[in-house]
Design a protein around this ligand. Structure first.
Ligand code: WT7
Length: 673
């Protein structure tokens, strides 16, 4: 497969990082990587020694079976050990590490006037009080607690309180509908729901309490509702300045069930002995969409997740204690769990916790916040970069971004143009861009550059992290060596990999281990180039086979995005009588550019030039906007429906803006009629 040349340009790590970097050069990376595979026991033991264990492990650092033909799939880390996540990320720093007065979070609200600073000592005190509140409500080790909160400090308090008492948190992104929330509560059978009255997201007021009431009502309609207590944070009415907007929020109250957070916390004691858990006890469940219907409750466990999120955070962001780190994700997704909460806290990091959105009250908000807190490590998503790129460099140049040292991206392949813009306009060519590939299931980064060590190629997640052994398989399950393209799989576990699908181990085995026995199957396609770099080519279900040629939608999208008129592109497969499949492309154009035949021809020519004639798009249609989930992921299933003119598009409840779908049907390419 031909790669657009601009993606082949290599960037050496800037020297300003190397002096005090944890992994200063590529040779050091290779040596450590080799050790992590050759002697995983010694490698992980050394990492574990940095943490607190109430009882040492009796079993090895890692035990597993990845082969369905040899029995049940399992992964175990440090069997026999007893510990507590919350103790390790808070008490350890405050009691042993002298970090009590260090800032854990700078909270920055949706409106620029709202902010708060929380030290490690304060965080520990809030968490213990919340833990006591939960205990008071009857929550015990192993019980599930659903959390439906915006990005406010209470979300961190609540999740760590669960971790402290051994309750299993199930955080549901506060942009999900009542339907999705109820589905997740029912699957987890949670006894407590923690929510807030309401929240502003940008200009939009969202009545979270009302959505929560609806969700609990839906649980009751379907079965008896497991939630006996609903703990409600007074966020909207406490932290909203404008009195009139407060009145817009109508809240109903069930005095048998609902409890105000502040009232419950008021006289809750600050001392709370952590529950000492087994290394393999569950820490949390996080639901992720499955290719068939029902979301999967991805389960992570205490010890392995602690070791892995902590280690990846330290190395991938080359963490030092004087850093100010900011990950713009929402804690409702795995990125927030691993790289806003657990990973940074395990390292005693200082983070920004941001409630708002990138374009409110102005499109320079991200850059303003970086300047305000002197952020040194910044982690965001390609979709956010492409959004901000549309407004040009001027809003970026207004702010002093000289504090930045490392930039990161996550969530999808980053196209060369967005990478370049991030690197130059935001990083001024001084900051490496760590393109981190991972999944809810992997718990932490699995393919990623290390900032001072790895020469970068824009669009490549480069090489495996320590302990991770990737392989590329053909359709028939043969391992492909050297330059190759196929299925991305892993042949052994690392401590942070998921352990099961909650209450459905069979689904876990079928989804990830059945297709190729002996391997964890990511569901992504990958290409290894002549230098051994890995390039994620998109989900396997987004792989296309045109006239016998395997190609990825992401590659075609990358080529389309190189055109100066294009702000974003998405490509799906459309059945074709002769070629098997054909390429149907959606393009969103930059502000005020019109879609026309000339542009269409230019785009086709560009793809042909960049990838080859086999990748020539069959259809290109204008897309004023793309159908995206609230986390910014393009819903390709819907695009496939539009490409095929199938009007029955199914469930749209996870879309940020369902109107987009109608608009796209009306803009369908004439040629495809
Ligand atoms: C899927 C996992 C991992 C946190 C956010 C998403 C895609 C993720 C990259 C990347 C190319 C990426 C993959 C993966 N993906 N990061 N750097 N380059 N693709 O978590 O919702 O579990 O999604 O996101 O397709 O399988 P998730």
């Amino acid at each position: 497969m031909v790669v657009p040349e601009s993606q082949e340009k290599m960037y050496d790590p800037p020297n300003n990082l190397q002096r005090d970097a944890h992994v200063p050069d590529f040779d050091s990376y290779q040596a450590m990587y080799r050790k992590s595979l050759e002697d995983p026991e010694a490698f992980w033991k050394e990492i574990a020694d940095e943490f607190f264990w109430k009882k040492p492990a009796t079993g090895p650092m890692l035990q597993y079976n990845f082969d369905v033909s040899k029995g049940n799939i399992y992964v175990k880390c440090m069997e026999g050990a007893k510990t507590n996540m919350c103790y390790n990320v808070l008490d350890r720093h405050v009691r042993e590490g002298n970090l009590g007065e260090k800032v854990a979070y700078y909270w920055e609200g949706n409106s620029p006037g709202h902010h708060a600073t929380i030290t490690y000592r304060q965080l520990l005190s809030h968490v213990c009080r919340c833990a006591n509140v939960l205990k008071q409500m009857g929550v015990k080790k192993g019980d599930r607690v659903s959390i439906y909160l915006p990005m406010i400090p209470e979300l961190i308090y609540a999740m760590l309180a669960c971790a402290r008492i051994g309750a299993v948190h199930s955080i549901v992104f506060a942009g999900f509908s009542s339907e999705s929330l109820s589905e997740r509560i029912m699957d987890a059978q949670s006894s407590v729901l923690i929510t807030a009255d309401g929240v502003y997201r940008g200009e939009k007021l969202i009545n979270l309490k009302h959505i929560s009431d609806e969700a609990l009502e839906k649980c009751r309609e379907k079965e008896s509702c497991s939630v006996t207590t609903c703990l409600v944070v007074k966020h909207h009415s406490m932290r909203t300045i404008s009195g009139t907007s407060c009145n817009k929020l109508q809240i109903s109250w069930d005095s048998q069930r609902d409890v105000w957070w502040d009232e419950a916390m008021a006289d809750s004691p600050e001392e709370c002995e952590p529950e000492w858990l087994d290394a393999e006890d569950p820490l949390f469940i996080l639901y992720t969409s499955g290719s068939t219907g029902k979301p999967k409750g991805v389960m992570h466990t205490v010890a392995g997740y602690l070791l892995y999120t902590s280690l990846t955070f330290k190395y991938v962001f080359d963490h030092h204690l004087d850093d100010v780190y900011w990950c713009t994700a929402d804690i409702g997704w795995i990125t927030g769990h691993s790289y806003i909460a657990y990973g940074p806290l395990a390292n005693g990091a200082t983070s920004v916790l941001f409630e708002g959105i990138p374009v409110h009250p102005h499109v320079g908000r991200f850059w303003e916040i970086i300047e305000k807190y002197k952020v040194s490590k910044f982690y965001t998503a390609p979709t956010a970069i492409r959004l901000l790129m549309k407004y040009g460099r001027e809003p970026v140049q207004k702010y002093d971004l000289s504090s930045l040292r490392i930039l990161g991206t996550v969530g999808e392949p980053i196209n060369a143009e967005a990478w370049q813009w991030y690197y130059e306009a935001v990083g001024h060519g001084r900051c490496p861009v760590v393109d981190t590939y991972w999944q809810t299931e992997t718990g932490g980064h699995v393919l990623t550059p290390l900032p001072a060590a790895t020469p970068l190629k824009p669009g490549s997640a480069t090489f495996p992290f320590f302990g991770v052994e990737p392989s590329i398989l053909s359709e028939h399950g043969e391992e492909l060596a050297g330059e190759a393209e196929g299925y991305l799989v892993f042949r052994r576990p690392w401590p942070g990999i998921m352990r099961t699908v909650y209450k459905n181990h069979e689904r876990f085995e079928n989804t990830y281990f059945k297709k190729f026995p002996g391997f964890y199957v990511t569901g992504d396609g990958v290409r290894r180039d002549k230098d051994g770099y890995y390039w994620i080519t998109g989900r396997i279900d987004d792989m296309l086979n045109v006239s016998g040629h395997l190609m990825s939608t992401a590659e075609v999208e990358g080529a389309l995005s190189l055109h100066p008129a294009v702000s974003e592109a998405a490509v799906v497969s459309r059945p074709h009588k002769v070629k098997g499949e054909s390429l149907y492309c959606f393009v969103t154009l930059k502000n005020s550019i019109d879609f026309n035949k000339t542009l269409e021809d230019e785009l086709k020519k560009l793809v042909r030039e960049k990838i080859g004639p086999i990748a020539t798009p069959d259809f290109i249609q204008n897309a004023p906007a793309l159908p995206k989930t609230r986390s910014g992921k393009i819903m390709r299933r819907i695009l496939r429906n539009i490409a095929r003119n199938e009007r029955d598009v199914g469930d749209l409840s996870t879309l940020a803006d369902p109107k987009v779908v109608e608009e796209l049907f009306s803009e369908r390419s004439e040629a495809a009629a």
